[in-house]
Design a protein around this ligand. Structure first.
Ligand code: CP
Ligand code: NVA
Length: 304
């Protein structure tokens, strides 16, 4: 039987995503109306964190509990993984004790090795290359505020990082235009750029944030220095002209919204005024992580 891993945004087809989003909206509404939904009774999720997290940990841990199951937090600092136990061996042991594994790993390769050796579903909770769970919550947020994302324009301003990569994958699946502004030296991964090039103008790249944002329905950014990046000062210098502030937001469409996966570095990639301003939907976006996580968990456990 094929395991229901969720390793990359591309793991689902468009119609599967439509189903997943519809279930996410339903799960959210059940939760908001205090209606019980416990498809994961007696199921246990192990959560491996090789890096820090607030939203991902909380949304998986609280999410699985609210679905009737339980979660166990494992950090590399406190487990034998941190002392060099091979990830494949860890996968074997976890597979005997829990029903699914979520991992936030330093490298995408670690995630893939874990999934290859695991006998239970594995979920990507962020790697150096991608953050698919985040994008599901972001698309849900976009659609709640502005309707179907198909045919709309999303502008990405800043680092061509893991979150940006998952947006490139999503643009192809959901049929939206993605306009990326980033310094050439920090462009997205070459595989993702090649994928973008295949999308015939649907994903565009520029070094000019103003050009990317003009007329966009949604402006998105992320930290200039991701976890694991070591060139802090060089990054701050390279991204200086890429702050999302009110002046930049004013170039976007009149009813445009601002999204950020968080944590934000206020005064760097985004101004306080935009973070706390009328176009910001960041708190809805953060909340939607838990609703999206629940539907991904339910899917992995074949409950939807
Ligand atoms: N957006 C996100 O994944 O946040 P955390 O790093 O807090 O999990
Ligand atoms: N790009 C950021 C995302 C954090 C959720 C990082 O990898 O640190």
């Amino acid at each position: 039987m094929k395991l229901r891993h969720y390793l990359q945004f591309n793991d689902f087809s468009r119609s599967e995503y439509e189903h997943l989003l519809e279930r996410t909206r339903w799960i959210k509404s059940q939760f908001k109306h205090y209606k019980p939904y416990y498809p994961l009774v007696d199921r246990t999720l192990a959560m491996i964190f090789e890096k820090q997290s607030t939203r991902t940990r909380l949304s998986f841990e609280a999410g699985v509990q609210q679905l009737g199951g339980s979660a166990i937090f494992l950090s590399t600092r406190d487990t034998q993984l941190g002392r060099g136990e091979p990830i494949e061996d860890t996968a074997q042991v976890l597979s005997r004790m829990v029903d699914a594994i979520m991992i936030r790993s330093n490298t995408h390769e670690d995630l893939e090795r874990l999934a290859m050796a695991s006998a239970v579903p594995v979920i990507n909770g962020l790697t150096d290359k991608s953050h698919p769970c985040q994008i599901l919550a972001d698309l849900l947020t976009f659609e709640e505020h502005l309707g179907p994302v198909r045919g709309r324009t999303l502008a990405w301003v800043g680092d061509g990082n893991n979150v940006c990569a998952s947006f490139i994958h999503a643009a192809g699946k959901f049929g939206f235009k993605l306009s990326i502004a980033c310094p050439t030296v920090y462009h997205p991964d070459l595989t993702d750029l090649a994928r973008a090039a295949e999308m015939q103008g649907q994903v565009t790249m520029t070094e000019d944030p103003r050009a990317a944002v003009r007329g966009a329905d949604c402006v998105i950014t992320d930290t200039w220095v991701s976890m694991g990046d070591t060139d802090h000062d060089a990054r701050l210098a390279a991204f200086e002209a890429y702050q999302v502030d009110d002046e930049l937001m004013d170039l976007a469409a009149k009813d445009s919204i601002f999204l950020h996966c968080l944590p934000a570095h206020r005064g760097e990639e985004v101004s306080d005024a935009v973070m706390d301003g009328p176009r910001s939907r960041i708190w809805d976006e953060a909340e939607n992580r838990i609703h999206a996580q629940k539907s991904i968990l339910a899917w992995c456990f074949e409950a939807i």
